[in-house]
Write a protein that binds this ligand. Structure first.
Ligand code: ME8
Length: 595
């Protein structure tokens, strides 16, 4: 019996394997120019990945979407580590700008105190959800001010910033400039006609100021070349196309400062205290600050992966690369874009009162439960709707029943009285059919054997939901395998029957070991519990250690005969239906569960 080569269905046009895609293509190396290009410092360290989330505005508490970006980035970071790479992972808060200035005023607090309070809430959420960032950046930090001032000076010295006059529409909520084609008409709460951004729905105002302008227009063709030469630079494909579309039109120069009389809460333009640096330029430089800019960034400013929501694509796929090109710095390897969560079919917003609190949900459904849900249900290409009921149904079905049930069956003392990883019997499950195993069992083995490469492709392209779908399908197959052979029915007095029973359990535990290892980036706690129960040591949990079912291949299995871990607790406890009133009689609750 040979394991066939797996083919994977792909939603994006091009999906590369890690070995190809995590390294720079010759085309992208073109973009690694700059003042020190070619120096040993600038040479790419392919073992080092740098992963970022957006830095989040502190004008309001964290919501589910923020947690989603952080969980995606954390998953990629943990996955890179598992594969043996160095990985730096940064998140943090965006604390300057008019919007924050106004929010602090409304809260009656001084801006820094206000920012610190909200920033701490983000930190608390992230630590509660095991977001294993290696750096947390706040744009009010001194190291960031230095990086921004330096970055500005580089652009200024290259003649890429000039003093000009800006006249146009501005949305404070989005901290963004808009062209007339991006606007629509609406009514405010007092019945006045107002202009709003078509994309965000936020109010815009006419603004006329003397500002510093960045020569964005000069970079259009270089940006086009970059995107055309690197078809995987923005993922998924639909967002890559969108960025290319924007570049089909002229790019007006970009205002990169505001008059200090309007905006005080920010970083002053070096040498001109009358002007404050535009909050987006300030914010984007955070990625460099964490990397060690201006003088220690070379190791990390190399293979950079930005994870962003679709709302801020233009800032990351157009403005940011233009700034970097201007400053002579390498461009990001990948901009991973994800779509949005809605709540009960509507955009989450404070005014609608439908913002889902991620901290409260992670307490209700556990941190790993929420991580699993977000990554299992979140489809990067399209918006997804959040309901508590969906979480409850998914987690009960896939974690409590399917995965937890499988572990429980194979480790329960009644089936496994010796509490060991039992032996595999090659005669019962030979390489060619003829033993006790049937065709479906061989199919299952194939599926699990191929699972790591399937999961790798999907983790790489951040289609984590597909990776989890594939794992979940394999878990179902393994449950089917156990069910089919009902090892509990095998005669305990017959040694041949017992060898077959041990083989069934050995194969199932091997499957579980693969699932536990692959699930680590998504659910660190549950995977740890699962692998510990199987007796898999921390040093045996890397991607390189996957090696499924070596006994079937005729080589030794280090786990065979090993004692199981002592924690026999439930892997994931079944959840109570959140939609059922606690005071309802038990019968009604049961009926609702079955729906
Ligand atoms: O834009 N669904 O910060 P922000 C999924 N400070 N993700 C969502 C979401 C939703 N409904 N809502 C927000 C900013 N997000 C800037 C970023 S980066 C240099 C500066 C996530 O607090 C998503 O990642 O408005 C989105 O891009 C980000 O939060 C915006 O967060």
């Amino acid at each position: 019996m040979r394991f066939p080569v797996v083919t994977v269905s792909r939603s994006c046009k091009v999906v590369h394997r890690l070995k190809q895609s995590s390294f720079l293509s010759p085309a992208s190396a073109l973009w690694r120019h700059g003042s020190v290009a070619g120096s040993s410092q600038e040479r790419k360290d392919v073992r080092s990945h740098y992963i970022t989330t957006p830095i989040f505005y502190v004008n309001a508490s964290p919501h589910l979407g923020h947690l989603h970006s952080a969980v995606m980035a954390d998953c990629l970071h943990r996955y890179k580590l598992l594969q043996g790479f160095n990985s730096k992972f940064a998140t943090g808060t965006d604390e300057h700008g008019l919007k924050i200035q106004q929010a602090a005023e409304a809260a009656g607090k001084d801006p820094l105190t206000f920012c610190t309070d909200v920033s701490e809430r983000f930190k608390h959420l992230f630590s509660s959800c095991n977001i294993s960032y290696t750096d947390y950046i706040r744009t009010t930090e001194q190291r960031h001010r230095q990086a921004v001032e330096h970055f500005w000076s580089v652009l200024w010295n290259k003649g890429l910033i000039y003093k000009g006059h800006y006249e146009g529409w501005y949305s404070t909520q989005d901290e963004s400039f808009l062209t007339p084609s991006q606007l629509g008409d609406a009514m405010d709460s007092l019945g006045n006609q107002i202009k709003v951004s078509l994309e965000s729905g936020h109010k815009v105002e006419w603004m006329k100021e003397e500002n510093y302008m960045f020569r964005l227009s000069a970079f259009r063709s270089q940006l086009l070349d970059w995107l055309q030469g690197n078809p995987r630079a923005v993922q998924p494909e639909c967002f890559h196309q969108l960025a290319l579309q924007w570049l089909q039109h002229d790019l007006p120069d970009l205002s990169v400062s505001r008059q200090s009389s309007r905006l005080q809460w920010g970083i002053s333009v070096p040498g001109d205290p009358e002007q404050t640096i535009y909050v987006w330029l300030d914010a984007l430089v955070n990625y460099l600050t964490v990397a060690g800019y201006p003088d220690k960034h070379h190791q990390w400013w190399n293979v950079v992966h930005h994870i962003v929501g679709k709302d801020i694509l233009k800032f990351h796929a157009v403005y940011w690369p233009a700034f970097l090109l201007g400053a002579g710095l390498p461009l990001p390897q990948t901009i991973h874009v994800h779509s949005h969560w809605t709540a009960e079919g509507k955009k989450m917003s404070k005014s609608l009162g439908n913002v889902v609190d991620p901290l409260q949900r992670s307490q209700m459904f556990t941190a790993d439960g929420m991580r699993y849900f977000l990554l299992r249900q979140g489809v990067p290409e399209s918006d997804c709707d959040y309901t508590d009921l969906k979480v409850f149904k998914l987690l009960n079905a896939e974690l409590a029943d399917s995965l937890g049930g499988l572990l429980n069956r194979c480790t329960a003392p009644v089936l496994n009285p010796a509490q060991v990883y039992p032996s595999f019997c090659p005669q019962s499950f030979p390489r060619e059919q003829g033993g006790r195993a049937v065709a479906e069992d061989y199919h299952m083995l194939n599926a699990v054997k191929n699972l790591p490469s399937v999961v790798e492709q999907h983790y790489e392209s951040m289609h984590t939901y597909k990776a989890l779908e594939a794992i979940s399908a394999c878990v179902r197959q393994t449950n089917g395998f156990v069910q089919r052979h009902a090892p509990w029915k095998l005669d305990k007095r017959d040694s041949k029957e017992q060898r077959w029973r041990d083989t069934i359990i050995h194969v199932s535990l091997e499957c579980l070991r693969i699932y536990g290892t692959l699930l680590q980036p998504v659910m660190p706690e549950i995977s740890n519990k699962l692998l510990s129960r199987l007796g898999v040591e921390p040093g045996e949990r890397s991607w390189a250690a996957l090696n499924f079912l070596p006994r079937f291949q005729g080589t030794d299995c280090p786990f065979e005969g090993r004692a199981l871990g002592s924690d026999s607790g439930v892997l994931f406890s079944r959840l109570e239906n959140p939609n059922v009133d606690k005071h309802e009689p038990k019968k009604a609750k049961k009926a609702a569960k079955l729906k």
